[in-house]
Ligand binder design. Structure first.
Ligand SMILES: [Zn+2]
Length: 189
């Protein structure tokens, strides 16, 4: 298993009508051997996996071997200018995806592509993902899983785990069930 230290959020910087195949073609045209992202979130809230998590995607140069890359489809307006045009369904699906990844990789930091250049816009080489992902998902860093070891009452975030990860059940399972499945105290010593 790879040591995942960062979960990068991207936009595809293309039309909101882009399909999975459009994206795969785009990566191929660039001469990339791997897709740019592990997961892509579409405007209707659908999530597609482009690459297994144990494989290295081509999201952020210099960081890829220890990263999971996730993108929403969109991020530019009809003149090509950067815009956060995520739909409500897309925002919702993206946060659920990020939550489930954070559960799987609790030590990974969640940030936007542009955040590798800091918080000063003039230093950004790209606007991607066109919103402050680090800020939006900062609440996930505050979750201390151990705290909930003996209590089912204090569920930290109102969220349902969505069946995005490989070999996951078809039906969504509760956040608590997912935490129990992932946390070390659940394993027999
Ligand atoms: Zn990006």
């Amino acid at each position: 298993m790879r040591d995942i230290r960062r979960i990068f959020i991207h936009c595809t910087a293309g039309s909101q009508k882009q399909t999975k195949n459009d994206l795969l073609r785009e990566f191929k045209a660039k001469g990339w051997k791997s897709p740019g992202y592990h997961y892509v979130v579409f405007p209707d809230g659908k999530v597609e996996q482009l690459l297994a998590e144990d494989k290295i995607s081509n999201g952020v140069q210099g960081y890829n071997s220890t990263s999971i890359n996730v993108a929403y489809v969109g991020g530019i307006d009809n003149k090509g200018a950067a815009v956060d045009n995520r739909t409500d369904s897309q925002k919702d699906a993206l946060s659920k995806l990020v939550q489930s990844l954070k559960l799987k990789y609790p030590n990974a930091h969640i940030l936007g592509h542009r955040d590798i250049w800091g918080k000063t816009p003039v230093k950004w080489k790209k606007q991607c993902p066109c919103f402050d992902a680090e800020k939006e998902y900062a609440y996930l860093d505050d979750i201390k899983l151990e705290k909930y070891q003996d209590s089912t009452d204090s569920v930290p975030v109102k969220a349902e785990y969505v069946p995005l990860l490989q070999n996951s059940p078809k039906e969504p399972v509760s956040w608590w069930d997912k935490i129990k499945a992932l946390t070390p105290w659940n394993k027999k010593k």
